[in-house]
Write a protein that binds this ligand. Structure first.
Ligand SMILES: [Cu+2]
Length: 119
């Protein structure tokens, strides 16, 4: 291989290597951090996942995947949605630590729990 051809390849390898290292640095501290939002799917008349633990400041997004309407109603009346049709979404951001139970007011046997804990 001539030097004229080898030089761009060496530069390319250095660039890829730099990107890899930058990627590792970017990924490492963030890995332990909580996601900004969590999705809970409503299907077959249940919440999935039914019980979630999140960090303060996390937004929970519920999506109705059923053909029937459902609601999200906090046991303590801290949050609540209107009747959600298929593929409708409702979201709420949890700022304070604690346990937040909720039900579907149309089917009160559908229960869920959001646990807000500092990581
Ligand atoms: Cu329901």
């Amino acid at each position: 291989m001539s030097i004229a051809k080898a030089a761009p390849i060496a530069a390319w390898i250095r660039a890829v290597w730099r990107l890899l290292i930058l990627g590792l640095i970017a990924a490492a501290p963030g890995a332990a951090e909580a996601a900004d939002s969590v999705t809970i799917e409503i299907s077959n008349y249940s919440f999935a996942p039914m019980d979630v633990t999140i960090a303060p400041g996390t937004t929970v997004v519920w999506i109705n995947r059923d053909e029937s309407p459902h609601t999200i109603v906090s046991t303590d009346r801290l949050f609540g949605s209107k009747a959600m049709d298929t593929d409708d979404r409702y979201s709420f951001t949890f700022g304070t630590e604690g346990d937040y139970g909720y039900v579907c007011s149309l089917h009160p046997y559908m229960t869920g729990m959001i646990r807000v804990r500092k990581p």
